[in-house]
Design a protein around this ligand. Sequence first.
Ligand code: PLZ
Length: 447
Amino acid sequence: MSDTTSTLPQRRELRTALPGPKSQELAARRSAVVSAGVSSTLPVYVRRAGGGVIEDVDGNLLIDLGSGIAVTSVGNAAPRVVERVTQQVADFTHTCFMISPYEEYVAVCEALAELTPGDHAKKSALFNSGAEAVENAVKVARYATGRNAVVAVDHAYHGRTNLTMALTAKAMPYKKGFGPFASDIYRVPTSYPFRDPEGMTGEQAAARAILAAEKQVGADQIAALVIEPVQGEGGFIVPAPGFLPALQKWCNDNGIVFICDEVQTGFARTGAWFASDHEGVVPDLVTTAKGIAGGLPLAAVTGRAELMDSVHGGGLGGTYGGNPVACAGALGAIETMRAEDLIGAAKRIEAVATERLRTIADKVPAIGDVRGRGAMLAVELVKPGTTEPDAELTARVAKACHEQGVVILTCGTFGNIIRLLPPLVISEELLLEGLQVLEDVLLAATA
Ligand code: PLZ
């Protein structure tokens, strides 16, 4: 949390019921021309956004506890992002790095080499979306090892392209009806402390995963293990301590490329540059997107120079990958994270929000678990006294928060998790107000 220089008033203010009349008009236009396959959590149409606030077309001010799914960590329209992007758009918008290169791409790769975990020599390739980064990390791992198999874990989310759908665990809404999927993907159990047998250690959970992988395919056939260090869409699952280091050791011992998908967790979100930093692991390859560029579409694969250089020239790329405007956004976002100490801000959000969520949990027996790291926090809703997921309550709570002008997201394989992903620049006052709404809604919904 820090001072935001947004010109938008940093408060919640509802002038109409949500969605208001102008949003409803736009919804009618939308339904005529936008595919029904694309849905919106909260169909209020945005006019401006900044700091921790979203202003809609009816003049309502909403508290943003979602950051467009962990993207606008530096705040929306963050001044340094706006400045660099505006300058870049005026200078040139595109040449294609594969045709005529430019400094901004190189500067982003320099920042990635410096900030990602480990002090080995690192190189990067830039792309447009998280899914594309994960696809390319798998390409590099397959190329470098000459192996085909890829291991992913339960509750994983890696994207919506064919390969990343195959890596993603949950059928609805991501996979149902969209097969056949890419082959040679093997799914193993993860570490989910709230749902694992009581007392299961990280090392035991890792042994369970390793056994499942070796039984299905054999370690010497595996190119890569892909894992989110804190699982995002699958439920904000923080693994038991020791889980990731044991998996990394198994990868190292068996020539398997250890890929950490930090698309959601990366760039200060969890109170460290990367979530791997908390777990004491150094991925061979790391995928990033979302928070990297303050809202512009940019993604990266960063990793050991010898892996990244193993691929033949022209083997990696794409028309827009590392577009100069998106790179300018990333340079502005990284500058903001440093100048405003957004790692410290994420830690303060964790301290303030966790304490509030624990107090709420004492009053609301449906909260089975409070967890997360930094500004990536969640409550898991269950039938009181059990671990049975309560997706219906979760949907009701999210909807009631939305009606009161708090943008809050859900997640989880069982759809029973309320997650908080505020911009790291949100003021403490606004964050606490959002949590107050959540408390009031939870108390009313479970009364
Ligand atoms: N890896 C860990 O969280 C994107 C997607 C929501 P893209 N998560 C939000 C939805 O319903 O589509 C994500 C992620 C992790 C990869 C991705 C994919 O990133 O930029 O959406 O392709």
